[in-house]
Design a protein around this ligand. Sequence first.
Ligand code: HEM
Length: 187
Amino acid sequence: MKKLALAVVALGLVITFSCKKKDTSTPAVTTPTPTMTLYDSLGGTTMVSDPYNPGKMVEKGRLGIRLVVDSTIFVIAGDPKLNGFFPVLLSEVGAGNLSGFQTLSKNLTDFFCVATGAKNFTYSGMSMLDAHNPAKNSRMNGKASNADFDQFVVDLVAGAKKVGLSDQLIGQVGTVVGTTRSQVVQK
Ligand code: HEM
């Protein structure tokens, strides 16, 4: 009788555990919070009319970056500490030929769009190493030092301020630019 009671208890336990109700409740779904990229803060993918190309639209983020890039190129062109690195570009522009300027503006704009998180553009210029190696890029007159790089950042900040970029965004762009130092500085 005792044995039978034990067997009944054991069977009960087996049934209890094997029939334990499955957890059918819906698992908590964690939706990732979309993180805002620097590109978004610069205007993102909102389409606006392109002041450079009448009748065309452009992403607001790209337009903002292009304004900073072009403004910076002008600051550098007038900066005796840096303009000696750009003899080909400056002589072309001096002769009224804007093709090199337009290519540089596009490549720098693409570079910063990609670096700040844009999804709809790609950078197709030279690698940062080659672009700043006079042996690979005949448009680069000499190797840049850390001091040249620092001056470039000074001019970039001045260029960005000229087109009204906030100090906060300038700081964030500065962080992105800083990541290229080891490739740009080759002296
Ligand atoms: C601070 C970060 C910098 C970035 C992100 C940067 C980026 C670039 C990019 C994307 C190009 C275009 C490459 C191509 O067209 O294939 C370029 C070209 C060039 N960069 Fe930089 N650069 C930086 C700093 C500097 C500095 C410090 C100097 C000089 C001191 C310099 C001098 C040049 C020159 C001379 C060219 C060729 C311009 C031309 O097309 O005539 N860059 N750079």
